[in-house]
Design a protein around this ligand. Structure first.
Ligand SMILES: [Zn+2]
Ligand SMILES: [Zn+2]
Length: 162
């Protein structure tokens, strides 16, 4: 997701541009939302509100499921000639750089945020009942008998004796 920022870079600090985006990035996800750029003394402050579809297997019932997830990005991008030397004497190693052709590429940052944003548990719905741990029935679609029957009946005969 590349932006030619030559225009806003030539403006004074505090200048603002807003872009609406609907674009597929390298990892194949389609990002939808808005990107706002604010001119700072060393580059641009990028604030983005994006959402995308996540297609995964539900952790509980194992069915394929699609969900829309949202993310907020807040990052400062620096112009390549504004990069400073770090304590070791080499250029700051940051991947938020506006290159010499005034291109700001947001893709890497977005991919990074997608990883951070990854839900710990992915479920098809908040009330997914999952699979029966005994017979494997998908409890969203069917009711199995395991819940109502005792787990282990081999001692039942003994009850009579006692
Ligand atoms: Zn599920
Ligand atoms: Zn069952």
């Amino acid at each position: 997701m590349k932006f030619n920022v030559a225009g806003i870079i030539s403006e004074r600090n505090g200048a603002i541009r807003t872009y609406n985006v609907d674009e597929e990035i390298k990892c194949g996800r389609r990002m939808n939302g808005s990107v706002r750029m604010l001119r700072t003394d060393r580059g641009l402050w990028v604030s983005a509100r994006l959402d995308y579809l996540m297609h995964e297997e539900c952790d509980r019932c194992l069915n394929d499921s699609t969900k829309r997830l949202g993310m907020s990005i807040e990052e400062e991008f620096f112009m390549v000639n504004e990069l400073r030397l770090n304590d070791c004497g080499s250029l700051e190693s940051i991947n938020t750089v506006i290159d010499q052709h005034n291109i700001l590429d947001l893709s890497q940052t977005i991919e990074h945020y997608i990883i951070i944003n990854q839900p710990i548990q992915f479920t098809c719905s908040t009330d997914c009942k999952g699979l029966c741990s005994l017979c494997g029935t998908n409890l969203n679609q069917n009711v199995c008998k395991c819940v109502n029957e005792p787990l282990n009946t081999q001692w039942d005969d003994l009850k009579g004796i006692i």
